[in-house]
Design a protein around this ligand. Structure first.
Ligand code: GAR
Length: 200
């Protein structure tokens, strides 16, 4: 059983998609052992609780500086002894020490087709605003391994989604989630849990 720790910042619809995929048998050989949020009010924590999954908030607001927060966050991850860390809408820059420690065992979902609309400043709704501003006709989502850069690690899966003429950022965000994110994130976890992909 792959021990999965999911890190979240907000609504947690991707977390929900992972939990649903486990229930439906679309992800096998994996269990979520802990959900961690940097945001105490994240609805994602309630989603975890309602499934009986341990949900913990580690907020930067409770620490004097970034170094102390990083230390507490890493400790919270370590305690779960995860085989895989999934960033499912986690909008905090990971401590470099954590990336080194868990090299090849952290994955992220990004709401665009990397290398477009990614990197510093591209997160959440901002990605979809930029997509509409540029006028591209196809966008999508990407699951990738996390390395020291921002959205630069090896790509695992991508799925394209059409941009429609009357899209607002919110409408487009919802379509990208439904058609791409909630599909490829569970798929990638299942592939890792069943050793179909991994980093040596
Ligand atoms: C998702 O769209 C995810 O791709 C994005 O945040 C949203 C979280 O939604 N992540 C990023 O932008 C990371 N760069 P959720 O909390 O409902 O899963």
């Amino acid at each position: 059983m792959l021990r999965v720790c999911v890190c979240v910042s907000g609504g947690g619809t991707n977390l929900q998609a992972i939990m649903d995929a486990i229930d439906a048998g679309k992800i096998t050989n994996a269990q979520i052992v802990r959900v961690i949020s940097n945001n105490k009010g994240a609805f994602a924590l309630e989603r975890a609780n309602s499934k009986g999954i341990e949900a913990v908030a580690v907020s930067p607001k409770d620490y004097a500086d970034r170094a102390h927060f990083n230390e507490a966050f890493l400790q919270c991850v370590d305690e779960a002894t995860p085989d895989l860390i999934v960033l499912a809408g986690f909008l905090v820059v990971l401590p470099p020490m954590m990336i080194q420690k868990y090299e090849g065992r952290i994955i992220n979902i990004h709401p665009a087709l990397i290398p477009s609309f990614c990197g510093k400043g591209y997160y959440g709704l901002r990605v979809h605003e930029a997509v509409l501003e540029r006028g591209v006709k196809i966008t999508g989502a990407t699951v990738h391994f996390v390395d020291e850069g921002t959205d630069t690690g090896p790509i695992i899966l991508q799925k394209a989604v059409e941009v429609l003429p009357d899209d607002t950022p919110k409408v487009l965000q919802q379509r990208v989630m439904e058609q791409a994110e909630w599909v490829i994130l569970p798929q990638a976890i299942n592939m890792i849990a069943n050793r179909q992909i991994g980093i040596e």
